[in-house]
Ligand binder design. Structure first.
Ligand SMILES: NC(=O)C1=CN([C@@H]2O[C@H](COP(=O)(O)OP(=O)(O)OC[C@H]3O[C@@H](n4cnc5c(N)ncnc54)[C@H](OP(=O)(O)O)[C@@H]3O)[C@@H](O)[C@H]2O)C=CC1
Ligand SMILES: O=C(O)CCC(=O)C(=O)O
Ligand SMILES: [Mg+2]
Length: 414
């Protein structure tokens, strides 16, 4: 392992969980693979401008580059995909932001994005989906889409417990299942890859608790538990049952018409909160046909992954889909999309997702004035039809801007 490559910026201060945010916080960032090289610098420029404008130089983020993914293998060595000092820095500085990282399909390294969530136990993947006026959408009424996804981020098949077809591991597990557990339903035991899906009471409880606290703090109207518990009874079904239990035991929810739907009163606002559930396949058509009926969503890891991109499409696509990975101590913000390799280095893609992820980060830090400026300037740029290719191709009379020019168009409207 090489000597440290991370340069701590002079004049910045650490964010310490539980303490006030300093005016000069050090924020580690991972540039990201693929389009990371395009969107990350634009995000930094836009956020610096918003902070400067909002606080007249009194507050300033001190960005600290830390390395993971392909850039890290170039700097630290061929097998150093996620150096220990990067994990250490993300913990030590507690609030960070990252670009997307590549995961090969089939063989090769396991997801670095998932590894980060598991290593820092960032159990909430929070992905708000809201409509910006003027954005092209396949819906007649995209303005009715206003949802926040709470995706469980550490369990499910993302735990990476799986064995390749024909491997010794797969053979052993199949033999164990057949001989010890009496399993007779593996259709093709000789050629099956095997994966394990852990879903726990603890994992579900903390995720649903966080989602319901969010509902209360933000005066949201409902929580929908999305699962496939009819088929996967002891994993997805456990998620559903545990979620209702949390609502009832921790938030005082009372069954509606004998249950399982239930409701409680938001102690801050007096508004009624409905807790309901939906089976994932039906949910995916309901959000297209009746989006106004859904608000905050709590779901398992894989469902949450699918739902994130599907819902993003309803409000213009994953070019404008932000997110945050959050634990009780740490937060690492990142876009919903991936590395979009065909556009890497072309200064073409929409930096909106990463900028809006940074906007969530500003709000998380309590820097709401700067966050508001980010939203205002994005709305203004889109309203003036100054947009990147993804929106321009679906909009009448749009002026197609490069990734960096879109950032400048936002800054000009702050
Ligand atoms: N958290 C993370 O770091 C994530 C990483 N990944 C990884 O990224 C890699 C590529 O994954 P892939 O399935 O292609 O999905 P991507 O999200 O990278 O891209 C799919 C398509 O979405 C559109 N898109 C993505 N980002 C933007 C943007 N910023 N602006 C405008 N349009 C955008 C493009 O559509 P169009 O072609 O129509 O222009 C693109 O071809 C994989 O290795 C995957 O594992 C994937 C998701 C999340
Ligand atoms: O880690 C990856 O490569 C994909 C992750 C992903 O799709 C997501 O977090 O939404
Ligand atoms: Mg995804």
């Amino acid at each position: 392992m090489s000597a440290s490559l991370i340069k701590v910026p002079a004049g910045g201060q650490k964010i310490v969980p539980g303490q006030a945010i300093p005016d000069n916080p050090i924020i580690p960032f991972i540039e990201g693979d693929g389009i990371g090289v395009d969107i990350t610098p634009v995000m930094i420029k836009v956020i610096d401008s918003a902070v400067d404008k909002a606080y007249g130089g009194k507050k300033k983020i001190h960005w600290m580059e830390v390395y993971a993914g392909e850039k890290s293998t170039q700097l630290y060595g061929p097998d150093e995909w996620f150096p220990k000092e990067t994990f250490d820095a993300l913990r030590e500085y507690s609030v960070s932001i990252k670009g997307p990282m590549t995961t090969p399909v089939g063989g090769g390294i396991r997801s670095l994005n998932v590894a980060l969530r598991q290593e820092l136990d960032l159990y909430q993947c929070v992905r708000p989906v809201q409509y910006f006026k003027g954005v092209p959408s396949p819906l007649k009424h995209p303005e009715l889409v206003n949802m926040v996804i709470f995706r469980e981020n550490t369990e499910d098949i993302y735990a990476g417990i799986e064995w390749a077809a024909n491997s010794e591991g797969a053979k052993k597990v199949v033999e164990f299942l057949q001989k010890e557990m009496g399993v007779k339903k593996i259709r093709f035991p000789e050629t099956s890859g095997i994966g394990i899906k852990p879903i726990s009471v603890e994992g579900t409880t903390r995720l649903v608790r966080a989602a319901l606290k969010y509902v209360i703090a933000n005066d949201r109207k409902s929580l929908t538990i999305v699962h496939k518990g009819n088929i996967m009874k002891f994993t997805e079904g456990l998620f559903r049952d545990t979620a209702y239990k949390v609502a009832q035991e921790e938030f005082g929810a009372q069954p509606i018409d004998g249950g399982p739907w239930c409701k409680f009163t938001n102690p801050n606002t007096g508004r009624e909160v409905i807790v309901k559930d939906a089976i994932a396949d039906a949910f995916l058509q309901q959000i297209l046909l009746r989006p106004a009926e859904y608000d905050t969503i709590a779901t398992t890891n894989l469902n949450g992954d699918y739902i994130s991109d599907a819902l993003a499409a309803q409000v213009g696509g994953i070019g404008i889909a932000p997110g945050a990975n959050i634990s009780d101590e740490y937060a690492c913000f990142e876009a919903t999309h991936g590395t979009a390799p065909k556009y890497a280095g072309l200064d073409k893609v929409n930096p909106g997702s990463l900028i809006l992820s940074a906007e969530m980060m500003l709000r998380h830090m309590g820097w709401t004035e700067a966050a508001d400026l980010v939203i205002k300037s994005m709305e203004a740029a889109i309203g003036d039809k100054q947009v990147t290719y993804d929106f321009a191709r679906l909009m009448e009379g749009a002026n197609e801007l490069s990734c960096s020019d879109f950032g400048d168009a936002m800054i000009a409207r702050m």
